[in-house]
Design a protein around this ligand. Structure first.
Ligand code: HEC
Ligand code: HEC
Length: 220
């Protein structure tokens, strides 16, 4: 509850910063921009929002140090833009998404979303300092081979052998294990409703999820 109150406070504060800086919704119905089409003004606006608003939770460069707040640095720009639009459309709906990100994203227009996504994808992903040093174990094995007997596919087939993401499949390397664990549970229960990851997570047991999450956080 304390957490929630703090977040609400931060959100009100963030909305104020955006309004003061004149960063609230400017254009309506603008077409989605590609990285090479983001103009200098949008880039600068996104950098300011990222540092002064988003940075309070996600870190200035998106290398959040708090396990509740996902790391965004080095993440696929298309993936980030899609998530921000899903928060804005209120379709990514687990309780943390609702209380922390729906309000945040409601303020953002398409060009700011494109520029924010580009900002984070261009940041260097730092290795997590919370990671346990893990050499291998069950997590690595599931990541690389899946669990055939339970119909769990190899994560590497979509997220890449180094977990850096492939195309629009998101980066997972260095992500906070607490966050990864929560997302897997949300995919399983369909609170975060994405068919492909629901299928992947459906038969994962909780110790297996924990092992994968710990393995992923330890990846550079
Ligand atoms: C008050 C804290 C807070 C602030 C400020 C905040 N976020 Fe978030 N953000 C969160 C939390 C918590 C989540 C995880 C939600 C969940 O668990 O589903 C999240 C998730 C995200 C995700 C999804 C990441 C992923 O890997 O799927 C993106 C993208 C994101 N935030 C971008 C932003 C941007 C851009 C801003 C600034 C406009 C911002 N956030 C401001 C707390 C915050
Ligand atoms: C068939 C392709 C595919 C496979 C296999 C797959 N994933 Fe995913 N995964 C995706 C897609 C697509 C998304 C993005 C979902 C969205 O758009 O919200 C995703 C998202 C995720 C996320 C959320 C990332 C974030 O930042 O919020 C996690 C965690 C994840 N996958 C873990 C895994 C694990 C662990 C495995 C293996 C057990 C796995 N995935 C296997 C396609 C796949």
């Amino acid at each position: 509850m304390q957490d929630l109150k703090k977040a609400r406070f931060q959100m009100t504060w963030a909305a104020r910063v955006m309004a003061i800086a004149g960063l609230a919704v400017i254009a309506v119905g603008s077409a989605p921009a590609r990285a090479d089409e983001i103009d200098a003004a949008a880039r600068e606006r996104a950098r300011l929002v990222a540092i002064t608003v988003c940075g309070t939770c996600h870190g200035r460069t998106g290398n959040s140090t708090q396990p509740k707040f996902p790391r965004l640095a080095g993440q696929s720009a298309n993936y980030l833009a899609a998530q921000l639009k899903a928060f804005r459309a209120q379709t990514r709906g687990d309780p943390d998404a609702i209380s922390y990100m729906w309000g945040m994203a409601s303020e953002l227009d398409d060009s700011t979303i494109a520029a924010l996504a580009d900002y984070y994808s261009a940041q260097k992903a730092e290795p997590s300092s919370n990671a346990l040093s893990l050499q291998g174990g069950t997590g690595k094995q599931i990541y690389e081979q899946g669990i055939a007997a339970e119909g769990v596919p190899a994560c590497s087939s979509c997220h890449g052998s180094d977990a850096h993401g492939v195309g629009d499949f998101p980066r997972l390397a260095g992500q906070h294990s607490q966050y990864v664990l929560k997302q897997l549970a949300s995919f399983q229960s369909n609170m975060r409703n994405v068919a492909v990851m629901h299928g992947v997570a459906l038969n994962l047991r909780s110790p297996e999820m924990s092992a994968i999450a710990a393995y992923l956080e330890a990846q550079p």
